[in-house]
Ligand binder design. Structure first.
Ligand SMILES: [Fe+2]
Length: 256
């Protein structure tokens, strides 16, 4: 179930052309079903590399051959994990959960700034701070588990919580697919500030026909099948600041 805030509907950037219809995807998925877990993981990694090579800046490839390969990889990545509740863009929840009160949001913002930011380390486009007293507790909370399971089905919490700080012009994350620690990725926007707030979460639909640019407002949470969608964060403008806390979950009884 997707809860959509009227004020922050995603903007879409469509790419002309027909969806993938050449049978390659079906062939690859049939092939994937014949593989061992390790072999399937290797195939998934290969698809990830292809998307990163042909879509380094989060834009559709202009070359028709690369575009076709990109769409094939998107479709394989969107399907190979066999999530029963997969959606066209991997989003399974978006909104402001009841447990995320104004006071709790303020407390998370304070934890981010005062406890975590001083020990955060630079990691490819942003500062990363793993763990935090409140974030760790929220990662394992029954309220969070219940909300996610309503959208995804049964899950196991990995207990991984990370604060991400984007603070300089050009900061962001290039197009990628999450690791299986973040098979189900939960992200809460804590702060988005600046005169020019242009950075967005972008997600390519698995049919490769559209890229959605999603603006989250502070307190808003989004849950995606992060291991199945090619996504990233577009670059910050000068003076812009984005702070997010993310959590990783996995489907219950799931053999990756
Ligand atoms: Fe990600």
């Amino acid at each position: 179930m997707i809860t959509q805030n009227e004020a922050s509907l995603p903007q879409a950037s469509a790419r002309p052309g027909a969806p993938v219809q050449d049978g390659t995807v079906d062939m690859l998925l049939t092939f994937a079903d014949s593989l061992s877990t390790e072999e399937r993981t290797a195939l998934r990694s290969l698809m990830c590399v292809i998307t990163q090579q042909v879509c380094p800046a989060g834009e559709f490839p202009s070359d028709p051959v690369q575009l076709a390969r990109f769409r094939q990889a998107l479709m394989v990545l969107g399907t190979i994990q066999r999530h029963p509740r997969m959606t066209s863009n991997g989003v399974i929840y978006r909104g402001r959960p009841a447990f995320l009160t104004d006071d709790f949001l303020t407390a998370l913002q304070r934890e981010a700034n005062e406890e975590v930011r001083p020990r955060a380390i630079w990691q490819r486009g942003h500062m990363l701070g793993v763990s935090g007293t409140l974030a760790d507790k929220l990662a394992m909370s029954p309220e969070m588990q219940t909300l996610i399971e309503q959208a995804s089905g049964p899950i196991n919490a990995t207990g991984v919580a990370s604060y991400l700080f984007y603070e300089v012009e050009g900061a962001g994350v290039s197009a990628h697919v999450d690791t299986e620690v973040f098979s189900i990725n939960v992200s809460i926007m804590l702060r988005h500030e600046g005169i020019h707030r242009r950075s967005r979460l972008f997600i390519f639909n698995m049919d490769g026909m559209q890229r959605e640019d999603i603006e989250l407002v502070p307190g808003e949470m989004i849950v995606t099948f992060g291991d199945s969608i090619v996504h990233g964060r577009s670059p910050l403008a000068a003076g812009e600041l984005v702070n997010i806390v993310t959590f990783g979950y996995q489907p219950a009884n799931w053999v990756a």
